[in-house]
Design a protein around this ligand. Structure first.
Ligand SMILES: NC(=O)c1ccc[n+]([C@@H]2O[C@H](COP(=O)([O-])OP(=O)(O)OC[C@H]3O[C@@H](n4cnc5c(N)ncnc54)[C@H](OP(=O)(O)O)[C@@H]3O)[C@@H](O)[C@H]2O)c1
Length: 280
């Protein structure tokens, strides 16, 4: 008999992508009922994250990977399949406007999500649920015109950035615009891919947080964007930031059998900010 191990080979697998604030809270929660594969970019932080999850008694392994690299995503999918049947994908990784430029934000938030969506669809079976963490920012701006939407719908075809250059002037290619467009396109990807996931008896949804108290949320409250963000937050019907417990609640619900008839849609977990700023 093996002793001193958290191994629970009978549990289904949850793949959690992104080991930041929200990703770790999701891993802790899903780890109550799943074996967890936590995949994130920083090898050094991953070692600490794996140890922290294991200290909580969770059957967890952390894997270094880069969501923008197709080979890295393929290796991760193979590793995950080797751990057992994929029950839950929680794709949480993302860059905020202050942590990247136009190209990097679109690469991580849009190309990266499309790569994991395609790879994990291959692992999906009846009962599998995929939850992609998006943002209320995708709802707050006007939707882009049809020619921009058509390019955003197809981020994995070579020449993506060249085609974007043809429809979005260079002067509009800001980090904030990359963030808004990537999250708008992510919500749309989950709608457009519902049929493909449904064909496997599986579900795909997005979850759009408003301002959440995470290290990323705190970074966005520093520097030049602080005043703009605080002004927006003054309009929150629930007059505070959300917490990582509340986003983990939403991810857990959307991934669970309680949400078994929910697919191809988005759940706002935003304290009502979209309702307050874009009524009707
Ligand atoms: N916090 C908020 O107020 C808020 C509001 C709305 C939406 N969101 C969304 O919620 C999600 C999580 O936010 P958070 O606050 O938890 O952010 P966070 O703490 O900054 O975590 C983001 C994680 O993404 C990972 N990542 C970045 N680039 C990657 C890459 N190329 N390959 C693999 N992993 C990569 C990072 O991994 P390493 O640490 O391993 O480098 C980081 O841990 C994001 O999608 C964000 O857009 C957040």
């Amino acid at each position: 008999m093996q002793t001193g191990t958290n191994e629970r080979p009978g549990l289904p697998v949850a793949l959690v992508i992104g080991g930041g604030g929200m990703g770790m809270s999701a891993a802790r929660r899903l780890g109550q009922s799943h074996r967890v594969v936590l995949a994130s970019q920083s090898a050094a932080k991953n070692a600490v994250r794996e140890a922290a999850l294991r200290e909580d008694g969770i059957d967890a392994v952390a894997v270094q990977f880069d969501v923008t690299d197709p080979d890295s995503v393929a290796r991760l999918a193979g590793f995950t399949a080797g751990r057992g049947p994929l029950r839950t994908l929680a794709h949480v990784a993302g860059l905020s406007p202050s942590t990247g430029d136009w190209r990097l934000i679109l690469s991580v938030n849009l190309i990266g999500t499309a790569l994991t969506e395609r790879a994990c669809l291959e692992l999906a079976a009846p009962g599998t649920a995929a939850v992609f963490v998006s943002s209320s920012a995708g709802h707050l701006a006007e939707p882009p015109p049809a020619n921009v939407a058509a390019v955003l719908d197809d981020p994995l075809t070579p020449g993506f950035f060249g085609r974007l250059n043809e429809v979005i002037p260079a002067g509009e290619q800001t980090p904030l615009q990359a963030y808004r467009l990537s999250k708008w396109a992510l919500n749309r990807m989950c709608r457009r891919r519902a049929a493909a996931w449904g064909a496997r008896g599986a579900r795909i949804v997005s979850m759009s947080p408003g301002p959440i108290a995470t290290p990323m949320g705190a970074r966005e409250l520093e520097g030049p964007s602080r005043a703009v963000k605080l002004k927006l937050m003054e309009r929150l019907p629930i007059a505070r930031e959300g917490t990582m417990v509340e986003t983990a609640d939403a991810i857990e619900f959307l991934a669970s059998d309680k949400a078994s008839y929910i697919t191809g849609t988005d759940l706002l977990v935003d304290g009502g900010i979209v309702a307050a700023t874009r009524p009707a």
